[in-house]
Design a binder for this molecule. Sequence first.
Ligand code: COA
Length: 333
Amino acid sequence: MGIERSAILGMGFYVPPKVVTNEELARLMDTSDEWIRERTGIVERHYIEGEVGVADLALPAAKKAIERAGITKDDIDLIVFGTLSPDYEFPGSGVLLQAMLGRPGIPAIDIRQQCTGFIYGLSIADLYVRAGIARNALVVGAEVHSTGLDFTTRGRDVTVIFGDGAGAAVVGAPRVADQGILSCALHSDGSYAKELWCDKPGSRYHPRITAADLERGDHFPAMKGRTVFKHAVTKMPAVLDEALKSAGVALQDLDIIVPHQANLRISEFVQGALKIPAEKMVNNIQRYGNTTAASIPIALCEAWEEGRVKPGALVALVAFGAGFTWASTIIRW
Ligand code: COA
C-alpha cells in the first residue's frame, strides 16, 4: 500500500576528530590561510586518520539518525548510499554499511551523483517509501577525500576545498499532518563530465592505471574552478525555482535553505541573486570544507541540532556539482 508522502524522521552526522587548518595546508603547498578564506570561506576541515573508509564514517551518522527517528536498525529496510569516494572499487559502500548495521538481506543501493548525491538519494528513498516498497529508508552521504588529494602545489586549487565526513537521514511515513518531502527536481549534463572529475583508474584504460599516470597525478581530482562556479550560480537558483513551483510554494515561504557547501562564495552569490535573508541560509563550510555528498546532510543536521529547523518549517535543499548534476528538494519539516 502506497502513501501520499514520505518524510525525514531523524538525522545524524559524523566527522572524524582530526582538524586540519589552512595554515597546516600552507606548510605542505604554496597556499595561504588568506587565499583559502577569501576564495572559499573555508577555515578548517576534518580528515580521517589511519585506515578509515566512508562506511566507517557513515555508521555513527546512521545510528544517530535511527535513534532520533525513534526506531531501531531492524526497522530499516533500504539503504541508499551516496559517495564519490567508496571504500573499494567494488562492492559499494552501501553493502558495507548494511553489514556493519547488522541488517542482513536488506537492499543497499549506491549512487554516484557526487555533490547532489544526498538529494538524488532522498528522491529514491521518497519513491520507495511512497510506493510502499520500503517503510524506513536510510539515506547516507559520506566522503573520505583526504586519501585522494594531491598535497603538493600542483593540486592546491582542489585540495584546499575538500574535507571528510558523513551525514544520514531516515525517510519514512510522516508522523504529523502536512509533514513530508513536497518535491524533488533532479538534473544532469554529462557533456561537462571532465570539468570536475577524476580520470584514473578507469575501466576504459588497459591497465586501469600506470606508474606514469600516478606520476602525472591523473588519479587526483581535477577541476576547472571558474566553469564550475559559473554553472553553479545559474543552475542552483533555477533548480530551486523548479522545486518550489513543483511543491506549490514561493521562495518567500521558505524558512531555511541548505545549499551544498561547495564554496561560501557560491552560496553568497545565490543568496544575493535571490535576495534571501542571511539568517535563512545555512553555511558551515568554514568548519568542514566541502564534503561533497555529505555536505547537505551535515549542514541540515547541524542546523536542526542548533534549533534552526523547527517542526513545520519549510526547508529547501539545493546542490550543484560534478557530472554536472544539480538538484533541489522542498521539505515540510
Ligand atoms: N592557493 C593559492 N593560490 C591558488 C590556489 C591556492 N589553493 N589555488 C589556485 N591558486 C592560484 C592559481 O594558480 C592562479 O594563479 P595564477 O593567476 O598565477 O595562474 C590564481 O590562484 C587564481 O586562480 P583561479 O583559478 O583563476 O582563481 P579563482 O578566482 O577562479 O578561484 C576557485 C579558484 C577554485 C576558488 C574558484 O574558481 C571557485 O570557487 N570555483 C568553484 C569551485 C567549487 O566550488 N568546486 C566544488 C564544486 S562541488
